[in-house]
Design a protein around this ligand. Sequence first.
Ligand code: RIB
Length: 310
Amino acid sequence: MRIAVIGSINTDLSIQVPHFPQRNETVVGHGDYVISQGGKGANQAAAAAAAGAAVYMIGCIGRDDFGGRAIEDLQSMGVDCGAVRRDPDHATGLAAIYIDPAGDNCITVAPGANAALSPADVRAARDLIAACEIVMLQLEVPYETIDEAVRVASEVGTTVMLDPAPAPGRRLSCLAQVDVLTPNEVEAAEMTGISPDSPQACTAVAERLLAEGPRHVILTLGARGCFVASPGQQALVPARVVQAIDTTGAGDVFSGYLACALARSLEMTEAVSIAVAASALSVTRAGARASLPHWDEVLAFRSSEDGRRG
Ligand code: RIB
């Protein structure tokens, strides 16, 4: 199983807060801040590696210490970083993250070097993309770069998974060539103008997105599970009930596991069910990717009492 990830690499700076700040409000958090490794692209790469895939990261970092640590961390997880470029003109991306007592988060990102990941970087990685079964994309790098990645992947026959996060704020012209689209509630609402807050609304959202071309749409609905839709087929995969400590990166764990499960040729709802279990396990631990669960651990959790309760 070979998976390429084209996307962001960040340093995460997290603070536990009693509540999220309002406009012009200063909120005093609890205890010390935590610096850890993040970025939607890098998190998804790490999750796919934890799930057992051979993973190749294509990204851009600065020549600063944060960039060096980001690479070391990815390499320690087995991710190949040969296609990560170091840009002398930018700092490595940084995310400021607030985590509330429910474990929910609020994130702002200074993209830094992520904004310099270019279509030329993607073209330089064409052979790598061609050698992978799946390429995973998100929207924390420039859209022209994502567009080029989708074009190259289609040309070389590599399956495209797009996590449209953060919410795009524009029409995505590449959707016709996307195989698997995985918006969360906020992104799905922004992309369609319909909030997926009922089964009927989920159907309407999925149909609207499928009409733009992706082969599969998977709405990730947090505690409500996942709504899986393909032309003529729809299913709800229930969530796993866990005590959330930190939901940061839960969507990235979901994506990494889903890619790996699909690369193992599992059927879509089975793959989503495994990805849901992996994501549920991850929110019981702090940090976007500290203590990522491994494949066998996820399967054991899924068949345990805790993992079965939806
Ligand atoms: O999805 C979580 C990630 O979003 C964090 O790691 C942060 O870096 C931002 O990219």
